[in-house]
Design a protein around this ligand. Structure first.
Ligand code: PMP
Length: 798
């Protein structure tokens, strides 16, 4: 039999007369005493006789084995909590006649024990209150425990790292003792928990947030007011198990210790579901006071199981090893029943329930074996069609299911990571922690609109305009690229007094009623008379090809035709709206000087330059703005997509004069446009682009990507053309390089093959034969290598 001495409760059992003597000599108190239940110490309630002192106190005689520095730890912790959060209902330390919080006393039998006294907390232990706590009560209790841990956060004591029988970190010593569990199936269940602890849980513990914890928040140690509808927590008591450990351990212990209160397992099948639902409520309450983290979500199921496995072994071992002691009433059977119930619920369902309760993203398998079941996904697909219409998802035969992402990776519920080369919104990488924190912090401080004065919008407007040409000094905030373009168009008409505009013949500028018309790239959109489309300056496929002289001028001359037509119809030219990346045209290699040549013509006709930077802005093309890449001068710049790295924010930047004329005439106010949280996101995106030197990175890695693509073209004849700047690249696929025949079906199949190779790309162009690559600016060479290898394999498999 292994050494079980550390499990011997061996409580002190001194007689009443001696305790009364200690009370009088050490504390100067007389009264009546009543014994209280305790696992390892001796505790008595004292009804004090003399007036003036507290009417009731608790006298604690620590276990003989208990070193006095541990008692010092406990009383010091209580003093700390009192000063950190005076409102918390925890006992107050009562100093002895010499002003000390504890002292060592020699009893008649020669044993020395540390002794200390605490104030009495009103209420009854939840376990004895006769109540099954309501949901609200469980949340309140969880919150009280979270608040306690908050108060303990800053506490340090040299004895904090002492060994403790219930410490999860030392749980494996119980693995040696599982023979004390008689029933074979029970023993197997317990053993499998220890096995998982050794493999997964213990290695994960050191990375979790750790501090001193109460470590025993169960239904005996949480006191509640009698008869109250809510929990009415009146006390958290028994600091005898204070342990330095992971916050998640505290939550697991509380979930286990509180959730089972008042529920007895009578063999009913719903026991597990009821039990875990109660646990979620305790955890959600805790989370409300002491926010939990992802890592906590991942480990809580294991810790709750482990707590029960430990409880089962400890209870069974004590029964077997120390039958003569007054043992804690909890029997091994309770813990075993809970363990079986937890295992029946299962890790996935538990974690999902917990995540929902604490409002974490619900679902995220890390490994293929944890993948979402296909029938579950079918259910989601059906729900989506019912609730959100037949709206197309991405290009794939079966929609991708993502619930999580980081940097260039999207994590699918099939348990695999997918490299995101489609992107175009999370410019600085998915869920960049600096951006997500800025959003969360601002949302927690103030989330309101531009009817009020607040600094975050002004800081943002200052910073953003400083990145643009000197004449562009004024911002109008909206919520999307479409809105920004819509407003820009209204401004142009107002300022010029003209009614016509020029766009690319397959442009895309948005979804509002007007912007749909500005988007002839859509098959269902025909240009109305007030809009003229320009021939796309595409030297690969357009009427004038690379190598011909005066390419820019030849293409730009089409603007003369458009302007003349707008003049002839009486509309005139109010603006040329241009996406500098020509994304919807498949990122063609626009001839140098083209945009400037069109601009000259538009200005001569009295029109403005509206530069739509929704795709090309924020460093996408290797410098801050796409129109600057082309050497064009903007009157109005519109922004969307990457502005907030995914948080909705659209911006119109223009001159002071244009903005003020517009405001004088049009009383436009966008409720959410430029709200505090959006501006916090915007500022954080600028921070990351600057701090991580992302534009330079995008230039470098983008050039490497195109070099690698061109190298690949030597082996795959399907690659007809590779072009782009910075982090936007187009790859045109043709079935015949001479004829430049668009490889339409091959491209569609390629997208599917790339998906199977776990890389996400999109297609573009009238024939959808152009790969459109817009990885985040934080892309690295290793990601390019992954992409190239996947494309190589996919092309070979076509
Ligand atoms: N302009 C361009 C160039 C775009 O690519 C898009 C979106 N694809 C928009 C405007 C519209 O932006 P949003 O979807 O935010 O309304």
């Amino acid at each position: 039999m292994p050494d079980m001495r550390f499990l011997d409760p061996n409580q002190p059992q001194h007689g009443a007369a001696e305790l009364l003597h200690v009370l009088e000599t050490v504390y100067g108190v007389r009264g009546e005493i009543r014994h209280l239940r305790s696992e390892r110490d001796q505790a008595v309630r004292v009804d004090v006789e003399a007036p003036g002192t507290p009417a009731r106190i608790v006298l604690k005689i620590s276990n003989r084995e208990q070193a006095e520095d541990i008692v010092d730890l406990q009383t010091a912790a209580l003093r700390h909590i009192e000063s950190a959060d005076p409102g918390l209902p925890v006992p107050r330390v009562i100093a002895d006649l010499e002003g000390r919080d504890h002292r060592s006393v020699t009893f008649a039998n020669g044993d020395r024990h540390a002794v200390h006294a605490l104030s009495w907390q009103p209420g009854a232990p939840l376990a004895q209150s006769g109540r099954v706590p309501t949901s609200a009560a469980r949340r309140e209790i969880g919150a009280a425990i979270g608040r306690l841990d908050r108060a303990l956060q800053g506490f340090f004591h040299p004895a904090a790292a002492h060994e403790h029988a219930w410490d999860f970190a030392a749980c494996l010593r119980f693995r040696e003792l599982t023979a004390v569990i008689a029933d074979g199936a029970d023993r197997l269940a317990v053993e499998s928990v220890f096995e998982r602890a050794a493999d997964k849980v213990l290695p994960a513990l050191p990375a979790l947030r750790r501090q001193l914890l109460h470590h025993d928040a169960n239904a005996d140690n949480v006191l509640v007011a009698a008869g109250a509808a809510a929990a009415g927590v009146t006390g958290i008591i028994d600091f005898g198990d204070l342990t330095f450990g992971a916050l998640a351990a505290e939550v697991a212990i509380a979930c286990d210790g509180i959730a089972g209160a008042g529920e007895t397992f009578d063999g009913n099948e719903s026991f597990g579901d009821t039990l875990v639902a109660a646990m979620y409520e305790v955890a959600a309450g805790y989370d409300s006071a002491m926010p939990l983290e992802e890592a906590d979500m991942e480990i809580l199921y294991d810790l709750v199981c482990l707590r029960n496995a430990m409880a089962a072994v400890i209870a069974a071992a004590r029964r077997q090893g120390f039958p003569e002691r007054d043992l804690h009433p909890e029997s091994p059977a309770h813990a075993i029943a809970r363990l079986h119930a937890l295992r029946a619920v299962g890790r996935d369902a538990f974690e999902r329930g917990l995540r929902r309760a604490c409002r974490f993203p619900v679902y995220c398998p890390r490994l293929p074996e944890d993948a979402a079941a296909l029938d579950e996904e079918d259910r989601l697909i059906a729900t989506r069609a019912r609730r959100m219409g037949k709206h197309a998802t991405h290009f794939y035969e079966r929609p991708m299911h993502f619930e999580r992402a980081r940097g260039p990776w999207l994590y699918a519920t099939d348990g695999h990571a997918y490299l995101d080369c489609y992107n175009n919104v999370p410019q600085v990488g998915h869920c960049h922690p600096h951006v997500t924190r800025a959003i969360a912090r601002q949302a927690a401080a103030l989330n309101t609109n531009t009817r009020y004065l607040y600094s975050v919008a002004l800081e943002y407007a200052d910073r953003l305009t400083a990145k643009l040409a000197p004449q562009l000094t004024a911002c109008l905030f909206v919520n999307s690229g479409s809105e920004a373009n819509d407003v820009a168009w209204q401004m142009a008409r107002l300022v010029t007094g003209r009614q016509g505009a020029i766009v690319m013949e397959d442009a895309y500028h948005g979804v509002t009623d007007v912007m749909r018309r500005f988007s002839p790239g859509h098959p269902d959109v025909a240009l109305p008379p007030f809009l003229k489309g320009l021939v796309v300056p595409d030297p690969y496929r357009g009427p004038w090809r690379a190598g011909e002289p005066d390419l820019a001028e030849k293409y730009a001359a089409d603007a003369d035709r458009a302007i003349a037509e707008l003049d002839a119809s009486g509309h005139g030219t109010a603006a040329f709206m241009i996406d500098s990346a020509l994304c919807s045209s498949g990122v063609p290699s626009v001839p140098d000087g083209y945009l400037r040549a069109v601009e000259t013509r538009v200005r001569a006709a009295g029109g403005l330059m509206i530069c739509d930077e929704v795709q090309s802005g924020f460093g996408r093309m290797g410098q801050w703005w796409g129109h600057e890449h082309h050497g064009a001068r903007a009157d109005i710049v519109t922004m969307g997509k990457p502005v907030g790295n995914g948080h909705p924010l659209g911006v119109v930047v223009t001159t002071q004069e244009i903005l003020n004329r517009f405001i004088d005439e049009v009383h436009l106010f966008s409720t959410f446009g430029g709200n505090t949280v959006a501006c916090a996101a915007g500022n954080a995106v600028l921070d990351v682009i600057e701090n991580e030197d992302l534009i330079e990175n995008g230039r470098r890695v983008g050039a490497y990507l195109r070099d690698e693509l061109r190298a690949l073209a030597s082996r795959h004849a399907l690659i007809g053309d590779v072009r782009g700047h910075g982090m936007i690249t187009g790859v045109e696929f043709v079935t015949d390089r001479g004829e430049r025949t668009p490889a339409r079906t091959e491209t569609r199949r390629l997208l599917e093959l790339m998906r199977r190779n776990r890389v996400l790309v999109g297609s573009e162009g009238r024939d959808a034969n152009i790969l459109k690559l817009r990885p985040c600016l934080a892309f690295e060479r290793e990601h390019v290598d992954r992409f190239i290898a996947a494309l190589d394999r996919s092309l070979a498999a076509l």
